[in-house]
Ligand binder design. Structure first.
Ligand code: URA
Ligand code: ZN
Length: 394
C-alpha cells in the first residue's frame, strides 16, 4: 500500500451547510431552522436550531465557519490538513417532502461539486484539495427511481466520492427492504456511504438537569449510529452487498464495544441465529471507522475489534489464521480507520490557535499503543487516499 506511507492529513469527517441550504433554513419557521435574535448586549446573532427541543436556543452560527469555503481552507491550513472530504451537516434533507428533497439534493450536489472543484490553492503554495459526499433525497415517499437518478448524478460529479446518510432511510431505518436497490446502486457506483447520526435517542433519557448539548452529542449520537448499523447488519445488507463501503461516524459508536455481546445474542436467538452468513464480529472488518474518538485507548480498542474480524468468518480456517494475534490484529484494524475533525462543530470556547478537538484527535492517533508510523500515516491519510480512490484524480 504505497499511499499509506505518504505523510498526508486527510479529513474525512468535516461538514458544511452550503449557502443554498443556509438560505433555505433561514426561510423556515420550524426546526430545523436558522434564526436571528438580539443578544443582551444589543447585537444581532444567528442561531442554528437543528435538533428537536434543542437546549439553549440552539447553537450560535457565530463566524462563517458553517458555510464559508475560505473558512474551511483557513481551518485546514491551521491544522495541516491537506485534503477534506466535505459533507453537508445534519439533518440533510430528512425533514422535507419527497419532491422538494429531490430538487434540493440535485442542486446541493451540483453546489458541492463546484465548492470542491473551484477551490483555490492557498497562498503558501500547499495544495488544499476538497472532495465531497453528496446528498440523497432519503425521505418517506421517495421513489427508487428518484434515488437512483441522484446516485447517478453523484457518480458523474468527479469530486463527489460518496453519500452522507442519516439513520432513518425512507422513514423505516436502514434495514428497510425498500432500500435494496439503493444499496445495489451505491455498491455498483463504488461510492462510499458515510453513516452519520442526527436524532440521538429519546430525549426523556436525558432527565431534567440542564446539561447543555453534552448528553445528546456524547451519547445520543453514537448510540443512534450503533443501532442503525446493527439493524443494517442484522438485515443481511453486508452479506448481499459485500463490496458496499460504509464509513461510520464517531468510530462506530458503541458497536466495537458491544460486538461480542451482539454475536452472543444472535447465537441465542432462534429468530436470527441462522440468518447471517457470518458471526456478527466479522462485519466490523467490512466497515470503515472514522478516528473521531478523542483518545488513544479508544482508537486502539476499535482497531483491535476491527482487526480480529477475519477470525469470525464462518467456516474460514485460512482466514482465521491470517488474522493473527494481539499486535497484528491492532495493526490490521488500523487499515479501516480514518482521521476526521467534525469541523465546524466543537470550536474552541476561548481564544486558541488550534482547535482542541482536532489536536486531541491527532494526538490520539500518535499515542495508540502498537501503531507504528505506517499505521499512523495510514489513519492520518493513506487509508482515505485508497478508500476514496484519490490517487486517480489529477
Ligand atoms: N453536532 C451536530 O449537530 N452535528 C455534528 O456533526 C456534530 C455536532
Ligand atoms: Zn459530524
Amino acid at each position: 500500500m504505497a499511499a499509506a506511507s505518504r505523510r498526508l492529513l486527510v479529513d474525512v469527517h468535516t461538514h458544511v451547510y452550503l449557502p443554498r441550504y443556509v438560505s433555505f433554513l433561514r426561510s423556515r419557521t420550524s426546526v430545523p431552522r436558522v434564526f436571528s435574535r438580539t443578544t443582551p448586549e444589543g447585537k444581532t446573532e444567528e442561531r442554528l436550531l437543528i435538533l428537536d427541543a434543542e437546549p439553549s436556543g440552539g447553537r450560535p452560527m457565530g463566524s462563517q465557519q458553517f458555510w464559508d469555503r475560505a473558512e474551511k481552507l483557513r481551518f485546514m491550513d491551521k491544522h495541516g490538513i491537506d485534503i477534506s472530504i466535505v459533507s453537508t451537516a445534519n439533518p440533510w434533507l430528512d425533514f422535507l417532502p419527497a419532491a422538494t428533497a429531490q430538487v434540493l439534493a440535485s442542486e446541493l450536489n451540483s453546489d458541492l461539486e463546484e465548492y470542491c472543484s473551484t477551490s483555490p490553492n492557498l497562498a503558501d503554495g500547499t495544495l488544499k484539495q476538497l472532495y465531497g459526499f453528496g446528498l440523497l433525497p432519503l425521505v418517506p415517499e421517495a421513489s427508487s427511481a428518484s434515488l437512483l437518478e441522484i446516485i447517478q448524478q453523484i457518480s458523474n460529479l468527479p469530486h463527489l466520492k460518496g453519500v452522507i446518510i442519516g439513520s432513518r432511510g425512507l422513514g423505516k431505518g436502514l434495514d428497510d427492504d425498500a432500500l435494496e436497490p439503493v444499496w445495489a446502486a451505491i455498491e455498483k457506483a463504488a461510492l462510499v456511504v458515510f453513516l452519520h447520526p442526527h436524532y440521538g435517542v429519546d430525549q426523556k433519557e436525558w432527565g431534567e438537569k440542564d446539561n447543555g448539548h453534552v448528553l445528546p452529542l456524547a451519547l445520543g449520537f453514537p448510540f443512534e449510529t450503533t443501532i442503525a448499523i446493527t439493524r443494517l447488519i442484522l438485515s443481511g445488507v453486508l452479506d448481499r452487498h459485500p463490496d458496499l463501503r460504509i464509513l461510520l461516524a464517531h468510530s462506530g459508536g458503541a458497536l466495537p464495544q458491544l460486538s461480542s455481546r451482539l454475536a452472543s445474542c444472535i447465537d441465542h436467538d432462534p429468530v436470527v441465529a441462522s440468518r447471517l452468513q457470518h458471526d456478527a464480529r466479522y462485519y466490523l472488518g467490512k466497515l470503515y471507522f472514522d478516528a473521531v474518538a478523542y483518545g488513544s485507548e479508544e482508537l486502539g480498542f476499535v482497531s483491535d475489534t476491527v482487526g480480529r474480524a477475519e477470525k469470525y468468518v464462518k467456516s474460514g480456517a485460512s482466514a482465521a489464521a491470517s488474522a493473527g494475534a494481539g499486535g497484528v490484529q491492532r495493526k490490521l484494524g488500523s487499515r479501516r480507520m480514518l482521521f476526521g475533525t467534525d469541523h465546524p462543530f466543537f470550536p474552541p470556547l476561548g481564544e486558541a490557535e488550534k482547535w482542541k478537538s482536532v489536536v486531541e484527535n491527532l494526538e490520539a492517533i500518535d499515542g495508540v499503543f502498537g501503531w507504528d508510523e505506517a499505521e499512523q500515516n495510514a489513519v492520518r491519510g493513506g487509508n482515505a487516499i485508497e478508500l476514496f480512490g484519490l490517487g486517480k484524480i489529477p
